[in-house]
Write a protein that binds this ligand. Structure first.
Ligand code: HEM
Ligand code: HEM
Length: 538
């Protein structure tokens, strides 16, 4: 029987594109399931929403700083001189059908996009998903993260209202504060002195062409690597370094992911409908002589703003040059430090542990206490900078002195991370101890038993096989002394030994096979199969 019409169409495509082979290889690809794997997806879907809504905005937005008098329907600004960019944003908001909705969806999507990418990055960090073989994807991710911030900033600057102009003034300050070449950089970017008439058209080109193209390319490479490496999975029953336990890409994962895209789009549309964002008509057109009261950047720029607000007023004058540390240090250097640390971390950790093996099972954050504590310390430091960016709002809302908040924050950015580090580390170690207890002695049953001699004890029930599996699947590393030889045959230097002690020293010793066997015979959990049947890796 000759193939039917449908089959002929399929065959026609297959002969030309090799779809059957691609499908066979990829459609059954297994994806593990965990809520934290949705974070990358949220970033991806909000990026798609940004592309869709962004194209709509380009139809109406005029990237020009030529001056016009406003003639639109918003009475309060009637006749006010403003740039075409600002006038077209007002038109978009008041005259274009659906324009305000799309503008607001675009803005909320931008905020969600950067937030999801940031929390996704934290997920990768805390679970050690950046380890071999995913270091390159970590670096691509960092590229995405940096571009996302610049893209958001460029978009925020386009409408040329008083708030966005104030943000640009801030960026102008950062550029000018670069020692020796600052003024040149400013002239190069603004085509002369701030604000000039070139910046909006330039940022427009960056915003709708340059960075979206780079983002698209990097996102494609990022996802291709996720498919190539296969997704990591959390330790759990049946999961090992050599398998992936989950659902096949088609139909389960595809249906879930497709559905989730519409959930993200739907939520963003509801936000765009009901939650006002960036009402530029209230701020008015940009005028370099004015600043909006209580002006705040979008959330992801808040930490830099805060850093600039709390840095003391340090300035050197050498010859004819001015070295403005009060902006250069917090602005340019802080960003440099953050990204250098993020880029370096996978390699630093690898150097310390000396681990060359591949990792597809994720770390439970408690099992790597120093990394987890460092992450929490960094987050708390970021939060302090971020709060400092709102020092004026905190002062007015809580009736506090702006100066006291500033002085407090100057101390807090150093003290709070140290406290956060110590507390997190202690919690992780305590959780490790609790896991050890559960594995060896089962879980407390809440049932108090009175013994013949009058003593009381609490009965323990064995933990499940599944839990025992999870608790035993953690790679551990020995803390080696200086001069000893590691398992790759390299001599441990003094420096590396010190770092090893810092990084690994507090870990609770892993349960050994002997301990498990001994526990089996222990009266408390006499019948427990679970602990003894669990496989001990490494
Ligand atoms: C404006 C962010 C991608 C076109 C904006 C604004 C933000 C933003 C925060 C200010 C919105 C407002 O007026 O309240 C982002 C981010 C993107 C992205 C984070 C991607 C990661 C795109 C793309 C296009 C685009 C791909 C076009 C193809 C525009 C236009 C405006 C704008 C024309 C000015 C209109 C206006 O401000 O209302 N963008 N955007 N954007 N964006 Fe994007
Ligand atoms: C995995 C998208 C930013 C590092 C993923 C996944 C998606 C994704 C969809 C698979 C699902 C998941 O694990 O969540 C994106 C998008 C980004 C972004 C759209 C933003 C623009 C980042 C950043 C980093 C990063 C900032 C780190 C610095 C990784 C790594 C994986 C991954 C290492 C593999 C994780 C694993 O297999 O467990 N990304 N990502 N990504 N992402 Fe991203």
């Amino acid at each position: 029987k000759p193939p039917g019409r449908g089959m002929r169409i399929v065959n026609w495509h297959d002969d030309r594109l090799g779809l059957a082979k691609i499908g066979k290889e990829n459609l059954r690809k297994v994806f593990p399931d965990h809520w934290s794997f949705l974070l990358g997806e949220i970033a991806l879907y909000s990026f798609v929403v940004l592309l869709l809504t962004g194209v709509f905005l380009t139809i109406w937005f005029k990237p020009s700083m030529a001056e016009v008098d406003y003639t639109g329907p918003y009475q309060l600004l009637k006749g006010t001189p403003m740039s075409e960019a600002f006038a077209s944003t007002l038109d978009l908001s008041f005259e274009v059908r659906g324009g305000l909705l799309i503008r607001q969806i675009h803005h909320w999507a931008a905020i969600l996009f950067v937030a999801a990418a940031t929390v996704h990055m934290l997920r990768i960090f805390f679970t050690g998903a950046f380890r071999k073989p995913r270091e390159i994807n970590w670096l691509i991710g960092l590229g995405l993260f940096m571009l996302a911030m610049v893209e958001g900033f460029a978009g925020y600057s386009l409408p040329d209202d008083l708030l966005s102009g104030t943000g640009l003034r801030f960026a102008d300050g950062l550029m000018r504060a670069i020692p020796l070449v600052g003024t040149w950089v400013e002239f190069f970017v603004f085509n002369g002195e701030f604000p000039g008439t070139a910046i909006v058209p330039r940022l427009y080109m960056v915003h709708i062409l340059l960075i979206p193209a780079l983002l698209l390319g990097l996102v494609a490479a990022h996802l291709a690597l996720v498919v190539y490496h296969k997704h990591t999975q959390y330790p759990g029953p049946g999961r090992t370094e050599k398998n992936v336990v989950g659902y096949p890409l088609f139909p389960v994962y595809a249906a879930k992911a497709g559905g989730f895209f519409f959930v993200v789009f739907g939520v963003l549309t509801l936000m765009g409908t009901f939650l006002q964002i960036n009402p530029v008509w209230k701020f008015g057109p940009y005028n370099p002589g004015e600043v909006t009261a209580g002006s705040q950047p979008d959330w992801y720029m808040g930490w830099l703003e805060g850093a600039v607000r709390i840095t003391p007023n340090w300035e050197w004058h050498i010859g004819h040059t001015t070295w403005s540390w009060n902006i250069f240090l917090p602005g340019v250097c802080l960003m440099g430090v953050l990204f250098t640390l993020l880029v370096a971390w996978p390699f630093v950790e690898r150097w310390i542990t000396g681990d060359e093996s591949e990792h597809h099972l994720l770390d439970r954050p408690r099992n790597v206490p120093t990394r987890t504590a460092l992450g929490v310390a960094a987050m708390s430091c970021y939060a302090m900078f971020w709060l400092s960016g709102a020092n004026d709002i905190i002062a007015t809302h809580f009736h506090l002195s702006l100066n006291s908040i500033t002085y407090f924050m100057r101390g807090a950015i150093f003290v709070v991370p140290i406290i956060a580090y110590q507390i997190t580390k202690r919690i992780c170690v305590a959780l490790q101890r609790a896991d050890r207890q559960r594995l060896l002695h089962g879980s407390p049953s809440g049932e108090i038993i009175r013994e013949p001699n009058g003593a009381f004890h609490e009965a323990h029930v064995p933990i499940s096989d599944d839990e025992a599996w999870t608790l035993t699947q953690q790679k551990t590393y020995p803390v080696l002394a200086a001069g000893s030889i590691d398992d790759r045959g390299r001599k441990v230097s003094k420096k590396r030994a010190r770092w090893m002690k810092w990084f690994l020293g507090d870990n609770v010793p892993k349960v050994t096979r002997e301990e498990l066997d001994a526990a089996r015979h222990h009266a408390e959990i006499g019948s427990s199969r679970s602990a003894t049947q669990a496989e001990i890796t490494d």
